[in-house]
Design a protein around this ligand. Structure first.
Ligand SMILES: [Zn+2]
Ligand SMILES: [Zn+2]
Length: 139
């Protein structure tokens, strides 16, 4: 996999996504600019692509495909087949809200599509209700 070629492709996708609203959930558009922690996640992702430090699973090719990454595996992008391997390594991380970083007994998973990249994150019940579009993502 040529990381530079992919970064070019990803940058184009992100320009596109930023020009419109990032798509959140099946049909609800969401402006990630209103959610700084999410914008940080996306910036970090593309910084790793541009720096060439992003890591890919062996199945990622230069042809367009949906890539999966998570809030707890920054700079790691894998194909749909490998996506389950991105599950948190520890129970503690599995129960930490990615928005407020608080430990929670009940974590809700949500995802944001940024171009061809699907970013998965976990939210505590408080954060889940903090933004109307988070609610939509898991309904
Ligand atoms: Zn793979
Ligand atoms: Zn939270």
């Amino acid at each position: 996999m040529n990381a530079t070629a992919f970064a070019d492709q990803a940058r184009a996708a992100v320009r596109d996504a930023r020009g419109h609203l990032a798509q959140f959930g099946p049909d609800r558009p969401m402006d990630i600019g209103t959610e700084p922690w999410l914008a940080d996640q996306v910036s970090a992702l593309f910084a790793s692509l541009e720096a060439g430090s992003a890591r890919f699973c062996p199945h990622v090719t230069a042809s367009p495909m949906v890539l999966h990454t998570t809030a707890w595996t920054p700079g790691v992008l894998v194909c749909g087949h490998c996506a389950p391997q991105l599950r948190p390594a520890t129970d503690l991380e599995d129960s930490t809200c990615d928005r407020c970083r608080r430990y929670t007994r009940r974590i809700h998973s949500a995802a944001l599509a940024v171009g061809a990249v699907l970013l998965t994150f976990g939210l505590c019940p408080d954060c889940m209700t903090a933004h109307p579009d988070y609610q939509a993502a898991t309904s």
